[in-house]
Design a protein around this ligand. Structure first.
Ligand code: NOJ
Length: 517
């Protein structure tokens, strides 16, 4: 029987490039830094890495504002550094996927610079959404859309037209009805596929097509800038490109949508391979909430035979240790949630630093850099707190992040010494050793296992399910619970399990994996 493609059950580790490892000592992470630290990821036991954007960019949204899709931002290195990183990752058996940002460019992209100096109605402006304003003097934006980062989604240029940006003003939206845009992105995909990348994470995948005429948003009606039917033509074309390359190249869509059917459309057999299921990131810590997310995720993907995905933390959301209350309890819950996630069918996306149990950082207002902070009129602190550079070694900042003592681009807390990779390596019970053990066991018991999940009876406040010979039980409550398991415990996210008979006491706030007898 043919082996299932690697991505169907891969554990993919997200690297937020600015904050993973710094090689040149400027306090900002870079590609050579990642290369030097790849061993950490191979030892951790992940299957693939996902790099956030490293392209030339003024960094208005830390790389999600791309000025040149075929290069490397000098802050992060060179194209040769990229090739070296990819080669080394492949040597270590790690796949590598990269972020592609097709909804918008940077305002510093050559196309947008040309558009700014061109006249209204010109070919140069037709690659973006330039429109006259409303009102007699055109001084009101063309419609009522607001930026995801706060404020209006339109900025006026000196000749009086306005341009659309669903994110920062430095991220003008491309007009995908213009065939030049589709051709350009096909060429960009090929550029990186030719270099050997294993796939793409597609930024704002559901936003590329806008409703005809750019109508105002209206309460109670679908948003005119997400999930428009025309967006799927883009991915059908991309799929043909990906399929024309050897070696199971893939793409995963960032497509937040509450509607399962709309989300499933991105992963129809002739479109993208996966779409992120972000619902764990907004679920409470409870058996009922987790079960809902799991069932919804499995239903969505089974509608079309796609592979499920699961995400607990990312660079856009507060880290799960802190979402679950922080401190010891938050960490215990986070560890339990991770072990549960790793037992599910499909692939799990980990975010750098979660293997160290890092909490969300309360970044002081004067250090905040996320454009959300300024655009929201300083009402939304933004996402910096999950993007603080990760600690590798030593007892004080920068904790081995770079070679010298340069301050990191976002300050690290004073109390991270016990959380460094060095401090946790070889330490029994550390979160890092726990992740390593869990990933090794996942490989041993679940790799390539295409078996669905089978819910097992369990007391209130707990979940139990089986997959193949593995049984996963989670106690979401703060008290021990009795569960019936015919098996031998493999790993516990917390205290070891008591009881050797079929009925065992599951410790509070703990996930345990068992192998069936
Ligand atoms: C989603 C990315 O994950 C986020 O970090 C970014 O700000 C937006 N897309 C805009 O590109």
């Amino acid at each position: 029987m043919a082996r299932a493609p690697w991505w169907r059950d891969a554990v993919v580790y997200e690297i937020y490039v600015r904050s993973f490892a710094d090689c040149d000592g400027d306090g900002v992470g870079d590609l050579p830094g990642i290369r030097e630290r790849l061993r950490h990821l191979a030892d951790l036991g992940v299957d693939a890495i996902w790099l956030t954007p490293f392209y030339p960019s003024p960094q208005a949204d830390h790389g999600y504002d791309v000025a040149d899709y075929r290069g490397v931002e000098p802050l992060f290195g060179t194209l040769t550094d990229f090739d070296e990183l990819l080669r080394h990752a492949h040597e270590l058996g790690l796949r590598m996927i990269i972020d592609i940002v097709p909804n918008h460019t940077s305002s510093q992209h050559a196309w947008f610079r040309l558009a700014l100096v061109a006249r209204p109605g010109s070919r140069e402006r037709a690659r973006y959404y330039f429109r006259p304003g409303r009102g007699r003097s055109g001084d009101r934006p063309p419609n009522n859309w607001t930026s995801h980062f706060g404020g209006p989604a339109w900025t006026r240029v000196p000749d009086g037209e306005w341009y659309l940006h669903l994110f920062d003003a430095g991220q003008p939206d491309l007009d995908w009805t213009n065939p030049e845009v589709g051709d350009e992105f096909e060429s960009v995909l090929r550029f990186w596929l030719d270099r050997g990348v294993d796939g793409f994470r597609v930024d704002v995948a559901n936003g590329l097509a806008k409703a005809e005429g750019l109508p105002d948003t209206r309460r109670g009606t679908p948003l005119p800038f997400t999930d428009q039917p025309a967006v799927h033509d883009v991915y059908r074309r991309w799929r043909r490109v990906l399929d024309s390359y050897a070696g199971d190249r893939m793409a995963v869509a960032e497509a937040w949508s509450d509607d399962a059917e709309l989300r499933a459309r991105y992963t129809r057999p002739d479109e993208l391979h996966q779409a992120f299921n972000f619902h764990f990131q907004v679920a409470d810590w409870s058996a009922a909430a987790f079960r809902r997310v799991i069932e919804d995720g499995l239903t969505t993907t089974s509608m079309i035979g796609a592979a499920p995905t699961w995400v607990l933390s990312s660079h856009d959301q507060p880290r799960h240790v802190s979402r679950y209350g922080g401190g010891e309890v938050g960490l215990a819950r986070a560890r339990a949630a991770t072990l549960l996630m790793l037992a599910l069918p499909g692939s799990g996306y980990l975010y750098q630093g979660e293997e160290l149990g890092l909490p969300q950082v309360d970044v002081a207002p004067e250090h905040r850099q996320d454009p959300t902070w300024a655009r929201s009129g300083s009402t939304d602190a933004g996402r910096d707190g999950s993007r603080v550079p990760i600690p590798w070694s030593g007892s004080a900042a920068p904790y081995g992040f770079g070679p010298g003592s340069a301050a990191t681009w976002l300050p690290q807390p004073d109390d991270w010494a016990p959380l460094t990779v060095a401090a946790q390596t070889g330490l029994a019970g550390s979160t890092l050793e726990y992740y390593r053990a869990a990933l090794a066991l996942r490989h041993e018991h679940l790799a390539g296992l295409d078996e669905p999940l089978e819910w097992l009876p369990s007391p209130p406040g707990t979940l139990a399910f089986g997959r193949g010979r593995l049984v996963c039980t989670t106690n979401f409550t703060a008290r021990p619970r009795r569960v019936t398991v015919e098996g031998r415990p493999l790993i516990s996210s917390g205290a070891p399990v008591e009881g050797s008979t079929a009925v065992v006491r599951l410790p509070p706030t703990t996930t345990v994996w068992w192998v069936r007898r």
